[in-house]
Design a protein around this ligand. Structure first.
Ligand code: FAD
Length: 385
């Protein structure tokens, strides 16, 4: 699948780690992925093993197992998603969103308190930004409030779609300071009085991720649990820029998972007395799928390199996310088509990716919003304010 040998860009240590993670995923995640998806359960039981493999906080000096590049970390996201996009999302929420929020926004004391236990998987994090009435427009519309009184804050509001929140030990809640109208970040330790998280049922995409509706009613948070280096939504955007680029890689993993299943099927499924892989139209679909994967990797390698070079901007990761997720939607549809009727059944290896692609297309900024961020960079005019 790595048609242009992009993995040669990784160091031998990084390549060895990717191989270890791949073997673990085949052994421990793939066998139960369909069942967990069907039952809408997250792979929580694997948290200690994920931690031992170094999947949590690999980008931070205090939690990484060895010095590594952004391309390596992104490749790990691809590998997890290739086997199970729900597991990749669980890891993305805990390690990407919640740990990066502490890493970027936390004081030295806060980092010292949280990063180690979260890196070891002893504590699980969630990230509460989206609200029932504000998704794409959270930057300007966010309604959850934080009111300061001396050394404590009172949070009120509601959040929607928050991954891991039903069982997390800490939930980062983004709320608007009633004094200066700016968005601030708060670590809400669980359980917290006035905080309820209700699992969202009957999802038809990423069923293996537990998402929650959250209600905050006079939740008290000490000033010491406010993320000290977050002054406004601009700082939240730093976290989102990093995670958005990794979601682009997650989309590539979705494509690869679907492509591998469709290719194997095409070689063994016989129609008109021949394997369907021998038909020109099927080969064209496979070629299109692999081209989408290859073009997306090329784009995403560069956007990850730009992160390490310190030159990655919002519009760079927005383009990668929009491009890769659009290619992902085409690709899973092509792969589903190759499987005929069996393509819609969980047991045949493509249906899960086909369904999961829809949520990956939408979260961390919809395709539209990411396109508009690129449009703003091109024209200098924001079309969404
Ligand atoms: P809306 O913002 O209501 O958008 C609806 C449609 O309108 C979209 O097509 C959008 O592109 C379009 N639209 C909106 N504004 C414009 C515009 N100006 N111009 C053109 N089109 C526009 N959030 C968290 O905070 N934490 C999480 O852990 C988390 N996990 C998630 C997991 C899943 C499975 C899902 C589905 C979502 C998750 N989210 C999470 C929320 C996610 O980030 C939002 O769903 C996403 O940002 C879109 O917001 P929305 O669903 O409210 O859609």
């Amino acid at each position: 699948v790595d048609f242009y040998s992009f993995q040669n860009l990784l160091t031998p240590e990084e390549q060895a780690s990717v191989s270890r993670v791949r073997a673990f995923l085949e052994e421990r995640v793939r066998p139960n992925a369909d069942e967990l998806w069907d039952k809408a359960q997250s792979p929580r039981h694997l948290i200690p093993e994920f931690a031992a493999l170094g999947l949590f906080g690999a980008g931070w000096p205090e939690t990484r197992q060895f010095e590594n590049s952004a391309v390596y970390r992104a490749w790990i996201a691809l590998e997890i998603s290739r086997v199970d996009p729900s597991t990749a999302t669980f890891v993305g929420v805990h390690s990407g969103l919640a740990m990066n929020a502490v890493g970027v926004g936390g004081s030295e004391e806060q980092r010292a308190e949280w990063m180690g236990p979260m890196g070891r998987g002893e504590l699980v994090g969630a990230f509460g930004l989206t609200e029932p009435e504000h998704g794409s427009d959270t930057a300007r519309g966010l309604q959850t409030t934080a009111t300061r009184d001396g050394d404590q804050w009172t949070l009120n509001g509601a959040k929607r779609w928050i991954g891991n929140a039903t069982f997390a030990d800490m939930v980062v809640i983004w709320a608007r300071d009633t004094a200066d109208d700016q968005v601030k970040g708060f670590i809400v330790r669980q359980p917290a009085e006035g905080f309820t998280a209700t699992k969202i049922e009957r999802k038809q995409s990423l069923r293996g991720v537990e998402n929650a509706d959250i209600v905050l009613e006079n939740v008290i948070v000490p000033e010491s649990d406010r993320l000290q280096n977050i002054d406004s939504f601009r700082d939240v955007a730093i976290v989102l820029r990093m995670t958005r680029a990794e979601v682009a890689w997650q989309a590539i993993g979705v494509m690869v998972g679907a492509y591998e299943a469709a290719l194997a099927y095409a070689k063994q499924r016989v129609q008109f007395g021949k394997p369907i892989a021998s038909f020109q139209l099927v080969q064209q679909k496979l070629a299109n799928a692999l081209s989408n994967i290859t073009a997306s990797i090329a784009l995403c390698v560069r956007v990850s390199e730009m992160q390490d070079e310190g030159i990655q901007k919002d519009h760079h990761s927005a383009m990668a996310k929009a491009f890769a997720t659009a290619r992902m939607r085409e690709t899973v549809a092509l792969c589903r088509e190759i499987m005929g009727g069996n393509g819609i059944q969980l047991d045949h290896g493509v249906a899960r990716y086909f369904a999961d692609a829809e949520a990956v297309f939408t979260f961390e900024g919809t395709f539209d919003m990411n396109s508009l961020i690129v449009g703003r960079a091109i024209t200098g005019i924001a079309a969404f304010h």
